[in-house]
Design a protein around this ligand. Structure first.
Ligand SMILES: [Zn+2]
Ligand SMILES: [Zn+2]
Length: 236
């Protein structure tokens, strides 16, 4: 609640809490037990002066508008500044947060958010991320300063949503869905199924599940299927 307080020439606005400019430290708070980071009012006249009580307003904008004209008096500059600052803070708090899109790394084979298939190469120290579907979470460009035998771009990938599976890798271990090569260590890269659409044999690693609702006219019961699923090529 904001209210107009006035003297002969000036309208003030009471109720705007304000950060004080006092240099009170945590040490004095321990001594005095008083926290005065926030003064009750932004304007000193409100606490010191003897002022008449004017109308009250729910919204700060209304109080400011009224303070600018009521009784032919001028609004106090300190109070006006505090009101504008409070309005700005309010606007900032309600403004929609802009979602930051990850930067596109020029020249890289893959970008943040790409869903790929990870097949580890020769890894003497093993790997944290299981072979299978992963998502790129970071792209690192080593530029011209890369060590012998390493790629220019390396990628941090993980199984979507599972941080513990974060893995550094490069393009030699990542494959686009639909072009996952056969790798005889991993069954689903060479075992084939038939695509429900094109009826061609395709390895499981190069398929996806398509799901559709089952149209029913009567009532459905607990445990009854409501969706049907098909295994199809990634490109079908
Ligand atoms: Zn004032
Ligand atoms: Zn197909």
């Amino acid at each position: 609640m904001f209210s107009i307080r006035y003297n002969r020439a000036t309208n003030h606005i009471a109720g705007i809490a304000c950060k004080t400019t006092s240099n009170q430290s945590d040490a004095n708070i321990n001594e005095t037990g008083v926290v005065a980071y926030y003064a009750e009012n932004a304007c000193g006249v409100l606490t010191r002066g003897r002022l008449a009580q004017g109308a009250s307003y729910e919204r700060i904008q209304d109080a400011l508008d009224a303070a600018r004209i009521t009784g032919g008096r001028k609004v106090c500059k300190t109070c006006e500044k505090a009101a504008l600052a409070a309005l700005e803070a309010e606007a900032a708090a309600t403004a929609p947060v802009e979602e930051s899109k990850p930067e596109i790394v020029e020249g890289a084979e893959h970008q943040v958010g790409d869903k790929l298939f990870f097949l580890p190469g020769e890894r003497p120290h093993g790997y944290r991320c299981p072979a299978g579907e992963v998502e790129v979470v970071r792209v690192v460009d080593h530029g011209e300063h890369r060590r012998f035998g390493t790629e220019r771009f390396t990628y941090v990938v993980q199984v979507p949503g599972i941080d513990a599976t974060r893995q550094g890798t490069d393009a030699t271990e990542l494959h686009k869905p639909g072009s996952v090569p056969e790798d005889y260590r991993f069954e689903w890269t060479y075992t084939k199924t038939i695509c429900a659409d094109c009826r061609q044999p395709v390895t499981y690693a190069n398929t996806k599940i398509r799901t559709e609702p089952i149209e029913r006219t009567g009532p459905t019961y607990y445990g009854q299927c409501t969706r049907k699923e098909f295994r199809v090529c990634v490109s079908c």
